[in-house]
Design a protein around this ligand. Structure first.
Ligand SMILES: *Cc1c(COP(=O)(O)O)cnc(C)c1O
Length: 198
């Protein structure tokens, strides 16, 4: 699946992409995202929150998004589940894993992923769908593939444990070929689709 990452691009770009058949959009910054979601509320869009989550912001995320890719601690997952309307569809979530000593501060260590996944899977209003990572930028396909392979192996190992675990969220504009070669099921593409964010 293609997730169109529309952060710092205007609603006009989202409308154009949606008319071209894209239904899923990813946003990192909560207030920007909420403005877009409200503006485009008449359109059939699945909104994915893919940025770092502050625990005091979980309510708006639980109420306005269909997916969250950036679960890296139980406290945030618990709050999202508590704040999700139990009468509606569950919130689809991925656990974010830190694969290397990357610049990103987000993500849980690989060795702790299984325990977090087990806890998230037990929360009533969340649906654990898979794993996500944002590896450090690497220049060549082979080294990109080696990093993605680590996540793909963990995904394959955990997959039988959970009922609806079907999403390997990896690959961005600069490394999606490597991610797809390693079995990504969801690439998150911003720049290659919408151009530079300036
Ligand atoms: C911004 C962002 C993307 C898209 O990055 P591009 O390099 O523009 O494709 C994907 N995933 C996450 C988590 C992001 O923050």
């Amino acid at each position: 699946m293609l997730l169109a990452v529309s952060k710092r691009h205007p609603v006009e770009s989202i409308i154009a992409a949606n008319e071209a058949g894209i239904s899923d959009f990813g946003e990192n910054y909560l207030q920007e995202a909420l403005d877009k979601i409200e503006h485009l509320s008449s359109m059939r869009i699945n909104w994915h929150f893919i940025g770092p989550i502050q625990s005091n912001k979980t309510k708006s995320i639980a109420e306005n998004f269909q997916w969250v890719h950036s679960i890296d601690r139980l406290k945030v997952a618990q709050r999202l589940s508590d704040q999700r309307d139990p009468a509606g569809p569950k919130l689809n979530v991925c656990v974010q894993i830190k694969l290397s000593d990357e610049t990103s501060k987000s993500g849980i260590e690989l060795s702790k992923a299984e325990a977090l996944c087990d806890s998230v899977d037990a929360l009533p209003n969340l649906k654990l769908r898979g794993l996500m990572a944002i590896p450090a930028a690497l220049p060549d396909l082979e080294s990109q593939r080696l990093v993605f392979r680590v996540l793909a192996q963990e995904y394959a190992r955990l997959r039988p444990r959970y009922t609806q675990f079907d999403t390997l969220s990896m690959g961005m504009s600069n490394d999606f070929e490597a991610a797809v070669a390693e079995g990504s099921t969801l690439i998150r593409i911003g720049t290659a689709l919408f151009g530079s964010r300036g």
